[in-house]
Design a protein around this ligand. Structure first.
Ligand code: NAD
Length: 285
């Protein structure tokens, strides 16, 4: 007779940046069980952010869950206390916050989902050197991460066959950076497949009289307007045919849900550095 399997304990989340747009979306989805199997153990944000002491569920318009938003000053102390076995830190905050969380996470060896972007090389090197489990992704959407693999496959197959690669991204009017980190992530997949350096071959927009397009270019085009959440298209254009691989985000919850799937994947792991491809179960780049 097969022995009964022990029910898996829920994953306990420590949210960093919990008062932000992503932090609130992550808390809301975790609290409504989308996906199931998660609970919020603690939630942190900057000490001066409005709402410190407020129940995190109330920040998302839900009935109280008994977890207050705490000052990140208390993060290290909290991590040094005994934690449930399947605790995971989920971080959508700022590069400075990631730097500041590193020592406590290194000594507690608690798994860390890092969604925060714009991390400078010095902090990234420290993050890469962490002995504990880390899953880092600039875009937590399952679709975008699968798109990267499809783009890499297309680029490998079409390399040196007369296809020009152009990447078009469209975002809302408030977006600060251009091109988007995801466009660069997709461009890097093309450059890697071609064996090119991305900084040497990337061309950002064209104007004036650029003349005939050289073959050795990856074009980036950033469209800004309205409330577009994030569209990315990678074009491989040849004489007589056009292959276009596209992805559209229609809800911010997509990214929050991806972060929670990442936390479920990472729970219980004591080491290893992972990407969303591991969550998808496909080979990493
Ligand atoms: P946001 O500005 O709405 O929220 C960030 C939160 O982090 C704020 O509440 C802020 O007070 C808090 N914070 C900043 N510094 C802190 C510190 N030192 N300690 C504790 N808390 C701190 O931004 P957002 O849209 O929620 O995005 C947050 C981060 O996640 C950004 O880096 C953004 O680029 C990134 N992001 C990643 C993905 C992805 O899929 N990986 C998706 C969206 C946003």
């Amino acid at each position: 007779m097969t022995p009964p399997t022990a029910p898996t304990a829920p994953v306990s989340l420590l949210l960093v940046g919990a008062a932000g747009r992503m932090g609130r979306a992550i808390a809301r989805l975790a609290l409504v069980g989308d996906p199931p199997g998660l609970s919020i153990l603690a939630a942190f944000d900057r000490p001066d952010v409005p709402g410190i002491g407020t129940d995190v569920a109330a920040l998302s318009g839900l009935p109280p869950c008994g977890v207050p938003l705490s000052s990140a000053d208390g993060f290290a102390t909290f991590l040094s206390s005994p934690l449930p076995p399947r605790t995971v830190v989920v971080d959508f905050s700022s590069p400075d916050s990631v730097r500041d969380r590193l020592p406590a996470i290194a000594s507690a060896r608690v798994p860390w989902v890092v969604g925060t972007t714009g991390i400078p090389p010095v902090t990234q090197a420290l993050l890469d050197g962490l002995p504990s489990a880390v899953l880092q992704a600039a875009n937590m959407s399952l679709g975008v991460n699968l798109l990267r693999s499809l783009v890499a496959l297309a680029a490998s197959a079409l390399k040196d066959r007369g296809f020009d690669c152009e990447i078009v991204e469209r975002h809302h009017r408030l977006k600060k950076d251009a091109p988007s980190g995801t466009a660069l992530f997709l461009g890097q997949a093309v450059a890697d497949s071609y064996g090119w350096s991305l900084p040497e071959t990337a061309v950002h927009g064209r104007s004036g009289l650029p003349g005939p397009r050289p073959g050795r270019e990856i074009g980036f085009h950033a469209v800004r307007g309205g409330d577009i959440l994030g569209d990315h298209s990678v074009l491989f254009a040849a004489s007589g045919e056009l292959l276009e691989l596209s992805h559209r985000i229609t809800s911010r919850d997509t990214l929050a849900r991806g972060a929670l799937l990442a936390a479920l994947f990472l729970a219980g792991k004591t080491s290893g550095h992972y990407s969303m491809n591991d969550v998808l179960g496909i080979p990493s780049p």
